[in-house]
Design a protein around this ligand. Sequence first.
Ligand code: SOE
Length: 387
Amino acid sequence: MIGHGFMGAAHSVGWRQAPAAFDLPDSVEMAVLVGRNAAAASAAAAKWGWAESATDWREVIARDDIDIVDIVTPGDSHAEIAIAALEAGKHVLCEKPLANSVAEASAMDVAAQLAAGRGVRSMVGFTYRRVPAVTLLRDLVASGAVGEVRQVRAAYRQDWLVDENEPLAWRLQKEHAGSGALGDIGAHIIDLAQFVTGQSVDSVTGVVETLVKQRPLPQSGPGSSGLSGVAGAGFGDVTVDDLALFTGRLSSRALASFEATRFATGRKNQLTIEVSGDRGALAFDLEDLNSLQLYDRTAPDDRQGFTRILVTEPVHPYVSGWWPAGHLLGYEHGFSHQAKDFVEAIVRGEDPRPSFADGLGVQRVLDAVEQSSARDSAWVSVTEPAL
Ligand code: SOE
C-alpha cells in the first residue's frame, strides 16, 4: 500500500478484516506500507498491521513477492504510480478520484486495458458502492422496483471548511488534489448515480465556487489526511472549489441533481441519494447506512409511504460475512467488501468494477462541470473535448 493517511487507515482495516469475514479464494498478506517519511511509515505500518515499511515505491513495485499495489496517496501521484505498477505486472487498486485530470485518467485507462490483456486487473476505490444498502439499492433499481427512473437527487455534504481559519491542507491545493469538493466528494455521488441507475451522466450544467480564497498555511506542511491541521504563519491561496452544485442529464434523459459541499454547516459527512421512478422510489442516507427507504406506488392506498428496509439480513449483499441477522455494520466495512471483491476478481480472472474506465467516466463529468461553471453554467456534453 502506498500512502498512509486517512484512506490508508481505512484500506488497511479493509485488507485486514476481509480474509477473516469472507472465504477468499487466496490468502492476503499485508506486506509493505510505503510512505515518504521513514519514521511515519514505520509507525503507520506497525499500527495498521503491515509486515514492513519502505520509502521508495519504485523499489517496492519491482519486488517479486508483491502482487497487488493499493494506492492511497493524494491524486497528484495516482497516474505515475498506477501506470508503473500495471506495467510491472501488479494488480492495482487506486483510491478515488482516479486522477487529477482527464488526461491522466485517460493514460491510466489505456495502461489498465493493456494490462488486462496480460491478466493484470485494476479497480478504482469508489467504496460506497459496497455499502450493503447501496448495493441493494442498485439491485432493486435493476429489478424494476422503482420502474423507469425519472429523477436522481444526490448530495454529499461536509462542513470542515466553515471555519475560515482552517489551514490550507493539500485537499485545498489544485496541484495536489485536482479539484475541491467537486473531485473529492462530488466524484462519489457521480459514481453512485451512474452505478445505481446503470446510466451515464451525458451532459451537465453547474457552478463551482471558492468561498474562502485564502487560508492560513499549515504549521508543518500539509497534514497527511488533508482534512485538518494547525495554522502556522502566513496565508496561501485556495486553488480549488469549496462547493459545487450541478445538474446532469442521464442517458435515458432523466435528470440528476448533485450537491458537493464542504460548507454545509452541521453536516459532517452526509451522503444521500434518492432515485425516483414511475413505480416507486428508493432513498439512502449514509448517516443511517444500515437501512434503505422504499416507496412503492403500487401498494394499497392505505399503505402508501416510504418503508424502512433494515439491510442487516444474511440475504442482503455482503452481510452474511459478518454478524447474525439484525447486527449493524459501519463505515469501515465497505473497505473489506472492496478488498474481497478485488481479490475474487483477480483469482477468477475477471475485470472488477468500478474499472479505470469507470473512473475516467467520472473524471470526464468532473471536467465538464468545471467547463460549465467557466461558461456561465452552459450545458456541456460530457464527451466534449476539454477547452
Ligand atoms: C474527505 O472529504 C473524505 O475523506 C473523502 O476523501 C472520502 O472519499 C470520503 O469517504 C470521506 O471524506
